[in-house]
Ligand binder design. Structure first.
Ligand code: FAD
Ligand code: FMN
Length: 486
């Protein structure tokens, strides 16, 4: 078909190309061949990019894809899955890509629960839909990338056509995003006919996998402090543990530490345990502080058994070593604009990241106000970091502190009751642009806090229950209502 001369030109060109350039050329030629006018107009198809995220990685990857799609001449539209219905997806003429992480034990990210419930119940034909799926996960968990795999399964069972193979990435996903993105956009070019490259795609990884940021590249830490925060009479043992390390580990207030555990008796590696970091890097460089509740249970022989992770940490002595990494949470972050107010609800060990927040805000000399809700069983023995909060109040680093001790009075008082009492003021802070954070027990605490927040929005901002839900969903989308719950 080609003359020798033409063949040689192609061979010479091909030999000098990188894998990325070869992938691009593939899409380019497909596009050029299918472009009857011979010109490279921008494709009419809009790539629909839908994401489901908990700690922000999937959103960051989705945003990077918008940019690389644009570089290859595609229009795209970015939507969180909680803002779209199945009916809209079914009606898409456009190709669609889902980018989803997995959380809990194989669960979808919380912001996507409704979408996944609808998907599970779907009895719909997706025959018109052209889709691709990218999953972010962690192979240390039993159900690797289950949420993404479930999307693929449901769509495929409903007759949708995958135009690019479902790809499931581990914690080193950042190393693979550029390659995935190139291959994906090439498949998209083939599907819709063409694309106009402005430049050869040079997709950068969304973040480099620096040492210390995944369980694959942990750091060694040394215990430099371990004290029990509860006083006598307490039913609890909550440890304040300080871990020192060498080197540069640019973590942020709001991140968690992943603690690697010794191999199990059968030789397997237990899933690392996560603990919110209770120190601000600006105040304690080269250290992470943790607030660890020792988990206890009664064993069949009547003796006390301890949780694997908390038991491991509780028995660590000063000078002992351990392996850890930083589990980033890109959503659980202080406002970029430090004049914004923050409201923090953190009963029990949920207090941990707020110790980091208050330290960081003091360091930033933030003009925004800081309001903390704390709760536990008894004021006299369970008021974690009490002296620090009093000092912060006196020094202005904390503007307001509301506490709820559930077992000091006849009627149990929890943080949500304190919130209800302060509803009018919470509503005013939210209307003024405040960020609202919840950390600690997922159930029932964070659910009760959310219900109370919705009540407050109804009562004090005059919204219907439905409008209050939407108000909260908007805050969540702007990362102004964020949870770190477990
Ligand atoms: C993002 C994130 C942040 C977190 N931050 C914190 C934090 O700041 N502080 C904190 O304390 N925790 C935090 N956690 C929770 C923490 O990761 C662990 O889940 C917690 O310490 C319990 O783990 P464990 O290994 O000690 O218990 P596991 O060994 O996982 O056991 C879980 C529970 O089952 C019980 N159990 C275990 N074996 C048995 C058995 N044979 N029979 C009966 N019961 C049994 C244990 O006593 C425990 O209550 C966080 C979790 C996440 C996801
Ligand atoms: C508390 C927690 C639970 C997780 N559970 C799972 C899981 O069950 N399966 C999995 O594949 N990944 C699991 N992961 C890993 C996340 O999917 C992974 O960190 C991903 O990059 C997060 O993306 P996101 O920031 O978009 O939510 C879990 C992570 C955390 C912090």
């Amino acid at each position: 078909m080609l003359s020798d001369k033409q063949q040689k030109i192609i061979d010479d060109l091909w030999d000098g190309l990188s894998a990325q350039q070869r992938a691009w050329i593939g899409g380019y030629l497909t596009g050029r061949a299918s472009d009857s006018a011979g010109a490279f107009a921008t494709s009419n198809a809009t790539l629909q990019i839908l994401y489901a995220t908990e700690t922000g990685n999937a959103k960051t990857v989705a945003q990077a894809l918008v940019k690389s799609a644009k570089d290859r001449g595609f229009k795209s539209k970015l939507t969180p899955v909680n803002k779209i219905t199945l009916a809209e997806i079914v009606a898409f003429k456009d190709p669609v890509v889902f980018i989803s992480s997995t959380h809990g034990e194989g669960d979808p990210p919380e912001m996507a629960h409704k979408f996944f419930d609808a998907l599970k119940a779907a009895n719909t034909s997706f025959a018109q839909v052209n889709y691709a799926v990218l999953g972010l996960g962690d192979r240390a968990y039993k159900e690797f990338c289950k949420a993404a795999a479930d999307i693929d399964k449901t769509l495929s069972a409903g007759g949708a056509k995958a135009f690019h193979a479902t790809t499931l990435l581990d914690v080193d996903y950042a190393d693979h995003i550029a390659g995935w993105s190139d291959a994906f956009l090439t498949a998209l070019s083939a599907l819709v006919g063409h694309a106009t490259p402005k430049t050869i795609a040079t997709v950068k990884s969304t973040s480099s996998s620096t040492v210390g940021f995944t369980r694959l590249t942990p750091l060694e830490g040394t215990i430099v402090e371990s004290i029990i925060l509860n006083d006598k009479d307490s039913a609890k043992e909550t440890y304040h543990i300080e871990i020192a390390f060498d080197g540069n580990l640019p973590y942020a207030a709001g991140d968690a530490a992943g603690i690697l555990l010794p191999k199990a008796a059968d030789g397997s590696d237990p899933t690392p345990r996560l603990y919110s970091i209770a120190s601000a890097p600006s105040v304690h460089p080269n250290q992470v502080h943790l607030t660890v509740a020792l988990a206890k249970h009664t064993q069949p022989d009547g003796s006390t058994g301890f949780g694997l992770g908390s038991g491991y940490l509780a028995q660590k002595k000063i000078g002992d070593k351990l392996q850890f990494y930083i589990q980033r949470n890109l959503r659980f972050r202080l406002p970029e604009d430090s004049s914004k107010d923050i409201i923090m609800v953190g009963p029990g060990t949920g207090i941990a990241p707020f110790r980091a927040f208050v330290q960081e805000r003091a360091e930033q000399d933030a003009s925004g106000r800081n309001w903390l809700f704390f709760g536990d069983q008894h004021a006299h023995c369970d008021f974690l970091y009490q002296a620090e909060w009093q000092e912060a109040l006196a020094g202005g680093a904390l503007t307001k502190l509301d506490v709820a001790f559930s077992r000091d009075k006849k009627h149990k008082v929890y943080v949500q009751h304190k919130m209800q009492e302060r509803g009018k003021e919470i509503a005013e802070w939210l209307e003024g642009g405040a960020h609202f954070y919840v950390c600690g027990a997922k159930s029932p605490m964070s659910e009760d806090v959310e219900k109370t927040l919705i009540d407050i929005i109804v009562q004090h901002l005059g919204k219907s229950a439905e409008a209050a839900q939407a108000y909260l969903a908007d805050l969540s989308e702007q990362d102004r209502y964020v949870k770190d719950v477990y």
